[in-house]
Unconditional design. Structure first.
Length: 107
């Protein structure tokens, strides 16, 4: 990773300002090439891990959204089924009442 990639990562990261400035200072003060490479590799690994965590979080949110939508669909289907059964029951009762009335009128 070069310094422009580091700049890009720090610009887009969710780290607080102080931590970003500390990384910049650490890189600026580093005279040992091997240590600088280790620092840059650490930042790059952190960024990849952070991106993976965000991906997993987003996937979990999407899974929750789908589960919630499925729950709503089941609840709506159950409600429609219950209402249909009630309507059918009222139709049967109405027919029974009609038959009773017809019998009573024809006695």
């Amino acid at each position: 990773m070069d310094l422009s990639e580091l700049s890009n990562i720090l610009t887009k990261s969710q780290l607080d300002k102080e931590t970003k400035l500390m990384v910049v200072d650490l890189v600026a003060l580093c005279k040992d090439k091997e240590l600088l490479d280790d620092i840059l590799n650490l930042i790059e690994s952190w960024q990849k891990s952070d991106a993976q965590i965000q991906e997993e979080f987003i996937q979990q949110l999407l899974d929750l959204k789908i589960a919630h939508q499925n729950h709503i669909e089941v609840a709506v289907k159950d409600l429609v089924k219950d209402e249909t059964q009630e309507i059918d029951g009222l139709k049967v009762q109405s027919e029974i009442d009609r038959i009773k009335k017809h019998i009573m009128e024809n006695l």
